[in-house]
Design a protein around this ligand. Structure first.
Ligand code: 5GP
Length: 194
């Protein structure tokens, strides 16, 4: 997605350990026009799938998924990273190791919001090792619902996440695919390398 690649090129910063900082439009301050465009793109890619729920993880997945869910006319559910007082029992849970924070979160979704008739689109801001996406997919499967695909805003294609998700049988659609962050420079995957 050209608009997204342009934002990454102009506003992204490469941090140590292959982490891309995009705090000025996605992870802290949010570029709402860009989020609307991202949401429309996800909705377009998955328009034929009969999606009944969009599922993401707090907090950075919420902005791009909100717009996608709105376009797809489906509710948006976000998995919580910390157990809340009002969300103790009757939850689906999964363990997710965070690459950037170096910690494991027990993510939860209340059982009342997912059931076996749901057709679910999973969305997240980044794909690195695939932990977050696989944790969300596990929750959908615990509910007996169907994962129709995984939409990613920024995929770090040099890390193993994409292949793990493909091997698990999921459709993966990433709006920006990064081939390398070497030497502090963002290089995108070109179509020929797909
Ligand atoms: P995974 O679970 O695929 O290993 O990593 C995805 C999660 O880690 C995302 O939800 C995102 O929060 C975080 N993440 C992974 N890599 C990066 C990165 O380079 N930059 C930022 N901002 N977040 C990342």
């Amino acid at each position: 997605m050209k608009l997204l690649e342009q934002a990454i090129r102009e506003k992204g910063t490469v941090l140590p350990n292959d982490v891309l900082k995009v705090n000025s439009f996605l992870n802290h301050q949010i570029d709402t026009e860009l989020m609307i465009a991202i949401g429309k793109e996800f909705a377009h890619l998955f328009a034929q799938e009969g999606i009944t729920k969009v599922l993401t993880i707090e907090s950075s997945g919420i902005a791009p998924s909100f717009m996608a869910a709105n376009e797809l006319k489906s509710p948006l559910i976000f998995a919580r990273k910390k157990k809340s007082l009002t969300l103790q029992d009757n939850v689906y849970t999964s363990s997710v190791y965070s690459y950037t924070k170096k910690e494991t979160n027990e993510i939860t979704v209340a059982k009342e919001f997912l059931n076996c008739n749901d057709t679910v689109l999973i969305i997240d801001d980044f794909l690195a090792n695939g932990e977050a996406a696989l944790g969300l997919a596990s929750i959908v499967e615990q509910a007996g619902a169907t994962v129709v695909g995984i939409g990613i805003v920024i995929e770090k294609s040099f890390q193993p996440g994409r292949n793990k998700l493909l091997q698990a049988g999921y459709r993966v659609e990433s709006l920006a695919r990064i081939e390398s962050l070497s030497n502090g420079t963002v290089t995108f995957v070109t179509k020929n390398h797909l």
